[in-house]
Ligand binder design. Structure first.
Ligand SMILES: [Fe+2]
Ligand SMILES: [Fe+2]
Length: 166
C-alpha cells in the first residue's frame, strides 16, 4: 500500500486517490519503480517514497492548474529512477536526470512532456530550462518535497538526540 507523506489517502484503495491511481498504476506497480524501495533518499526515506511524494503532489497541482496531471504524475514517479546510490556530489546532481530518463525509456514509452519533466527536474542546477508547464510543476514540487523530507530528517535526528539525553 502506498501513501504520499502528509496525505491520508492510500493510493491503491482510497476513492479520493482513485484518479491518481488510474493514471499511474502500471508505473507504480512496475518492478523498476518498486525496486526503488531498496534505496535511501534524502536520509530519512526510500527513493520510492520520495518519487511517490513528488508524483502525487504534482498530480494534484497540475489538475488544479488545468495542466496534464496524468503525464506529470507518471514522470514524477520516474524522475529519480536510478538504482545505484552514489555520493550526492555536484556531478550526481547534474547527471542523474539523464540516467533516470535513460532507465525510464528502457521500460516505458514516454511522451515528449514526460521526457522533459524527467530531464529538466534539476533546473537550474542542471542547465536546460523546462519546456512545459508540467515540467515546471514537477521541478518545483521536487524541491519543495525534498525540503520537507530534509525537515523530517532533522526532526528525527533532534528527537533521537533528545532521547539520548533523557
Ligand atoms: Fe532528482
Ligand atoms: Fe527528486
Amino acid at each position: 500500500m502506498s501513501r504520499a507523506i502528509g496525505s491520508k489517502y492510500i493510493v491503491e484503495r482510497s476513492p479520493q486517490a482513485q484518479e491518481y491511481h488510474e493514471a499511474v498504476k502500471d508505473v507504480l506497480n512496475s518492478e523498476e519503480v518498486q525496486d526503488l524501495k531498496d534505496y535511501h533518499h534524502h536520509h530519512c526515506m526510500t527513493r520510492f517514497q520520495h518519487c511517490l511524494n513528488v508524483s502525487y503532489y504534482s498530480f494534484l497541482l497540475c489538475r488544479k492548474l488545468g495542466f496534464n496531471a496524468e503525464q506529470a504524475a507518471r514522470a514524477g514517479l520516474l524522475h529519480d529512477l536510478y538504482p545505484e546510490c552514489p555520493k550526492c556530489d555536484r556531478r550526481h546532481l547534474t547527471t542523474h536526470p539523464e540516467t533516470a530518463l535513460e532507465n525510464a525509456r528502457k521500460s516505458f514509452k514516454l511522451s515528449k512532456v514526460e521526457a522533459d519533466v524527467i530531464l529538466k527536474h534539476m533546473w537550474p542546477i542542471r542547465k536546460g530550462r523546462p519546456k512545459y508547464p508540467e515540467s515546471y510543476v514537477v521541478m518545483m514540487t521536487d524541491k519543495y518535497v525534498a525540503f520537507m523530507e530534509f525537515c523530517i530528517y532533522l526532526k528525527q535526528t533532534a528527537d533521537m538526540s533528545l532521547k539520548k539525553h533523557i
